[in-house]
Design a protein. Structure first.
Length: 378
């Protein structure tokens, strides 16, 4: 009797175990199906995010090739506005995305705006984006500086500066610099200085430029005995040789004076837009550009901007109250000596713009960038 009872109990345990195992198998199977489903959802979401990322990356890459007058742009797009197939492959390689397919990438022009649209496929997932870019015009950042040099700024004696100072290299002897609102070393300004120089080089080639070999033969120069007055108002005066000074020179008006050769100051000082009789400045700004050589101008009161393609060595006599109102720029090194006094005034920028419009000079003093103003994803 006990044996039969034990057998019945063993059978009951076995059946219970089998039922438990069956339930466990069903639960594991359901969990596995759920995990597989979740994994598929996660993978699909990942592909969606990746597809969106790649679509945005394609647009971002193409945005560097918007402007018509950029040489690299011509090879990036076909005549119909579609991307060059070779460039599409280049984008895929740059993104290191062999599973990416650029079905279309197109550039369109809408007045001043550019519209980029792309249709991509990544691992079976497609994404479409259309972005509008509008132009933003910004003047060169160096115009905010009282002094700027592509190389070093060497402060060789006590110097007063009312405004920022920037150098592509070092600003040496900063203890001699008084009043500078900001001092920037290793600044990224070489490109902007090159743009300004390029603008002034275009002025040299302009058809309206007045070319003379010396002031002696310039109809706009008047000898007043102890000094010479040169009228450059709304003019581009280009001295093709050296500028030799045996007396002080007063540059008057808002215009350009460009000197090809050396500045030889045997006597006298260099003034601009300053009336020595009244001791006041005019409302004008002169642009003085040294194309070659390493000028050593001895400055009187000067109002405007002085630009040197190479080294510039500034000498003023602050003890006599002389100053430069405007800015001084050098493509290489700028040497400022004892007694230099520079007060930043960016009024000369309007003269640059006005002369660009008047004489149809390519406006390289304004940087045009394109910024995203509209975005559609579908």
């Amino acid at each position: 009797m006990n044996l039969k009872k034990m057998k019945r109990q063993d059978g009951s345990v076995l059946i219970t175990g089998l039922i438990f195992m069956l339930v466990l198998i069903i639960l594991v199977g359901a969990l596995s199906l759920s995990l597989n489903s979740e994994l598929k959802i996660v993978n699909n979401e990942h592909r969606l995010v990746q597809a969106q990322y790649y679509a945005e990356s394609v647009i971002n890459y193409a945005s560097f090739y918007l402007e018509e007058d950029v040489s690299e742009t011509a090879s990036f797009w076909t005549g119909t506005g579609e991307v060059n197939p070779g460039k599409a492959k280049e984008i895929i390689n740059k993104l290191k995305a062999p599973d990416l397919e650029i079905i279309s990438l197109r550039r369109m022009k809408d007045n001043e705006n550019y519209i980029l649209s792309t249709n991509i496929r990544y691992k079976g997932v497609r994404d479409n984006i259309m972005v509008t870019f509008a132009p933003f015009h910004e003047r060169l950042g160096i115009f905010d500086k009282a002094m700027a040099a592509g190389g070093n700024v060497n402060v060789n004696g006590k110097t007063k500066v009312d405004g920022p100072v920037a150098a592509g290299g070092d600003v040496n002897n900063q203890h001699n610099l008084e009043g500078a609102s900001d001092i920037q070393e290793n600044a990224d300004i070489e490109k902007e200085l090159a743009l300004l120089e390029g603008f002034l080089e275009e002025a040299v080639k302009n058809s309206g430029t007045i070319s003379i070999s010396s002031l002696e033969y310039c109809e706009y120069a008047t000898d007043n005995g102890d000094h010479i007055i040169l009228d450059i108002d709304e003019k581009i005066v280009y001295i093709t040789g050296n500028l030799t000074m045996d007396k002080s020179l007063y540059i008057m008006g808002s215009g350009f004076l460009i000197i090809e050769g050396s500045l030889n100051q045997n006597n006298g000082l260099l003034f601009a837009n300053y009336n020595s009789d009244t001791g006041t400045y005019t409302d004008d700004y002169a642009i003085l550009y040294f194309r070659t050589g390493k000028p050593n101008p001895k400055m009187g009161n000067f109002k405007g901007a002085m630009v040197g393609k190479s080294d510039v060595n500034i000498i003023t006599e602050i003890a006599k109250g002389f100053e430069i109102i405007g800015a001084v720029y050098s493509g290489n090194n700028l040497n400022v000596n004892e007694g230099t006094n520079v007060k930043h005034d960016d009024g000369f920028v309007e003269v640059l713009k006005k002369m660009a419009d008047k004489d149809d000079i390519p406006d390289e003093i304004v940087i045009t960038t394109y910024k995203m103003v509209d975005w559609m994803e579908f």
